[in-house]
Design a protein around this ligand. Structure first.
Ligand SMILES: [Fe+2]
Length: 213
């Protein structure tokens, strides 16, 4: 119970953080649609009950996920700059050691029984959403290719084109050699790399723009 209260308190302070961030970015914010990216081979296929915003804890289990806890906050907009409320915002990612909870993941890195790995939330007022998770590990995607830490997103709402994309973290050296990220123009890369919301680098903000169908 205390833990729950504390979580709500922390979430509240982050949400006010987003409000001031949004104010600061004001009308100059980008309206370009978030680039589509492949879903990759590890889209979750194993049913799981708990898909709430907190990926660091699985309901009914004692224990928490390994790794550095981070917050991902963001907003969904349409390409005219209006917020999109009630959109389904889904994420899936590797655990802190770079392993997906997916039967086809060949990475020998260990699974984490306390990491949720997959979450679906609904964008709220002003299109806002948030997740609490751990920094994903990098993982080998080929003989000479290590994928940088990233989070897969799927954003859906009736009347809009479904967006499947990947979000990257700023300042990660592996971003510079990632074949998926580096095949894009710099302007597109910028739209796929989150902003740091707090100097401690434990909180990130990602602005998503989806296209009307
Ligand atoms: Fe991935």
């Amino acid at each position: 119970m205390v833990n729950q209260k504390r979580r709500s308190f922390i979430a509240g302070s982050f949400l006010s953080g987003i409000a001031s961030w949004a104010q600061a970015s004001g009308g100059t914010a980008e309206r370009q649609e978030t680039p589509q990216e492949i879903a990759g081979p590890f889209y979750p296929i194993t049913p799981q009950k708990d898909k709430d915003f907190d990926l660091t804890h699985i309901a009914g289990r004692d224990g928490t996920a390994r790794g550095a806890v981070i917050w991902i906050t963001g907003e969904v907009f349409d390409s005219t700059g209006d917020p999109v409320e009630d959109a389904s915002v889904e994420i899936w990612q590797a655990n802190a050691e770079g392993r997906y909870n997916h039967p086809n993941d060949p990475n020998p890195a260990p699974l984490d029984q306390h990491f949720q790995g997959w979450a679906i939330v609904t964008s709220g007022s002003k299109g806002a959403f948030r997740f609490r998770t751990v920094m994903p590990g990098s993982y080998p995607a080929g003989l000479d290719w290590e994928r940088p830490p990233h989070i897969h997103f799927k954003v859906m709402k009736r009347g809009f084109v479904e967006l499947v994309t990947q979000m990257y973290f700023p300042g990660q050296p592996l971003n510079e050699t990632d074949r998926l990220l580096q095949r894009r123009e710099l302007a597109e890369q910028k739209l796929m790399i989150a902003d740091v919301l707090r100097e401690e680098h434990d909180s990130f903000h990602h602005r998503i723009v989806i296209e009307r169908a």
